[in-house]
Design a protein around this ligand. Structure first.
Ligand code: ATP
Ligand code: MG
Length: 539
């Protein structure tokens, strides 16, 4: 991309119209009641222009921060791209957030505007006096303004022109603000720039394998980086038709959706795939999934068991991809044309240079376990942790960005994920990967989910402790426990064998579906759990 306009909002809308895709469906919206509505690129272009004009009318200036706080809904996409057109910094808040999580994000970033709906606004109202920078709230489901600073979306949009001259945006201009999932601690405000578009477009093309006539479905919520990088920016910058579904997980509904909408590329997460794996295999025989060409996964390691299931039950490969909020785009992955090694997250993409680095900063060779790092400078690299520059600086060493994950590389350049550096278990002088132990346990027909942690041990320094959730109909017995131990010892090694195993009803997961090992550990140790603002509350 030469000296052109890097504006993400423009690339995802107006540019597609200029390329002749104005009449093409950009989004097939499927609501919770399965009502469908199509939005063309022309529709997206006009509505995002209107939103950009509305912001100007409200006195919101470039560089100011605004958030959406919405369940998946058409307005969310319009607000996101419209505010990027206006060069505002735009963040997305997961609609299940409670008051503390909201204060942490809206307050800390000094956001000036929020787009939400009536039911969610109640949470904001309670804490609004603690958000002094928040000047305006727009509600998507009221017809008339509630007050001078609680405004109606439809009224604002009706009064705004559909013509907007998108500024020629410099690639370094701040763009998207994402708070991390908070799997390991307080979430950090990761700030991106419009340049990220370059990598998001390339990876959507080469890794998700998107082609002009594809129908693409990304299940991630827009509250997380996958939902924006690959649920908005990557695919629309390529002019691809996306299905967006407002409903939640349901195996039958999901398969029906894939069949009916002829989804050809599907991007989802291991937690969803493990749930699908738990369903009766016969379910999948009821559906015609022949249009489905490519399945990718992100967010957690993809257990080999899930890949086997995909091959046997769906007749498809599942491609694992690795990235983080901080990396903005997929960095390491499996992809079309590259043989999958089940359990490996694949190889670095394009000019991304990865390395395995020892704690002292030296680069390690093939087979050695260490810190997974990336050579600083890739296009979608974050520009800072908002208002926490020192935390940002602490992530870099000798030109390397330290991802906080641990991995090793095989002789062909494939990377194998071990765990987050806080989670990898150091037992009797060996490093044990919680992921490998969890995957081994999942191979047993009785085990539905597993979470493995390190617990302090006088003799071993750390010991391996496992939590397992059984499939319905199985009973936890001493024989089963022994079977689990023997299986892990055979599959991995005797050092990886869990010293203790506990049966649980469910594993704690955060709202993006990731197993919260930190919470398991705190429970095991009987400690306070720290910030759990992103923890999924169980009904
Ligand atoms: P926080 O940084 O607040 O603790 P988080 O790291 O979970 O939260 P994200 O940026 O959403 O927030 O997640 C990125 C992390 O998810 C990666 O660093 C890695 O630990 C894990 N992850 C993502 N994809 C994969 C994958 N394919 N294989 C293994 N781990 C993955
Ligand atoms: Mg992280």
């Amino acid at each position: 991309m030469s000296m052109e306009n890097f504006n993400i909002g423009y690339h995802c809308t107006g540019k597609q119209c200029e390329l002749g895709r104005g009449g093409k469906v950009a989004m097939r919206w499927i609501g919770t009641d399965f009502e469908r509505r199509d939005y063309t690129f022309d529709d997206l272009n006009r509505t995002t222009n209107q939103f950009a004009n509305a912001l100007a009318g409200l006195g919101v200036r470039r560089g100011e921060v605004l958030f959406t706080f919405l369940p998946k809904s058409p307005e969310q996409f319009v607000a996101f791209l419209g505010s990027l057109k206006a060069e505002c910094i735009t963040g997305t808040l997961f609609s299940n957030f409670g008051e503390d999580a909201l204060i942490d994000r809206i307050g800390a970033s000094e956001a000036c505007l929020l787009v939400t709906r009536k039911s969610l606004y109640r949470k904001i109202e309670k804490v609004r006096d603690r958000l002094p920078a928040l000047r305006m709230v727009i509600l998507t489901d009221i017809q008339e303004d509630l007050s001078t600073d609680v405004l109606s979306w439809s009224r604002l949009m009706a009064g705004a022109s559909p013509d907007f001259a998108v500024p020629v945006t410099d690639p370094e201009t701040p763009s998207v603000l994402h708070y991390t999932s908070g799997s390991t601690g307080k979430p950090k405000g990761v700030l991106h720039r419009h340049r990220s578009l370059v990598k998001q477009t390339q990876t959507a093309r080469d890794i998700l394998g998107l082609r002009d006539d594809d129908i693409y479905w990304c299940t991630a919520d827009q509250g997380w980086v996958t939902g924006t990088s690959y649920g908005i920016i990557g695919p629309w910058s390529l002019g691809i038709t996306q299905v967006h579904f407002g409903g939640g997980y349901d195996a039958r509904n999901w398969m029906e959706l894939i069949e009916r909408e002829k989804v050809s590329v599907w991007y989802t997460a291991p937690t969803a795939l493990r749930m699908l794996l738990r369903e009766e295999a016969s379910l999948y025989g009821e559906f015609n999934l022949k249009e489905l060409r490519h399945i990718c996964s992100v967010g957690e390691p993809l257990n080999p068991e899930v890949i086997t299931w995909g091959r046997e039950v769906l007749g498809k490969d599942i491609f694992d991809t690795w990235f983080q909020t901080e990396t903005g785009a997929i960095m390491i992955s499996n992809r079309p044309g590259l043989a999958i090694r089940p359990g490996s997250m694949g190889i670095p993409y394009g000019d991304v240079k990865a390395g395995v680095i020892a704690d002292d900063g030296t680069e390690l060779g093939v087979g050695a376990q260490g810190n997974l790092c990336l050579r600083s400078g890739w296009e979608s690299m974050f520009i800072t942790y908002l208002k926490n520059e020192s935390a940002y600086q602490s992530k870099f060493r000798n030109g390397w960005y330290m991802t906080g994950d641990m991995a090793w590389r095989d002789e062909d350049g494939y990377y194998w994920f071990l765990g987050r550096s806080d989670d990898v278990i150091n037992t009797s002088g060996h490093l044990v990967s919680p992921f490998e132990v969890e995957s081994a346990l999942l191979e047993l027909p009785e085990v539905a989910e597993s979470g493995v942690i390190a617990a302090p041990d006088e003799l071993l320094f750390e010991k391996v402790v496992a939590f397992v959730q059984l499939h319905a109909g199985f009973e936890y017995t001493p024989e089963l426990e022994l079977k689990m131990r023997i299986h892990v010892a055979n599959r991995l090694s005797s050092v990886a064998t869990p010293q203790e195993i506990f049966q649980v009803e469910a594993l704690p997961k955060n709202k993006s579906g990731k197993i919260m090992r930190r919470v398991l550990k705190a429970r095991y140790l009987g400690e306070e759990m720290g910030d759990i603002s992103t923890l999924e509350e169980r009904q």
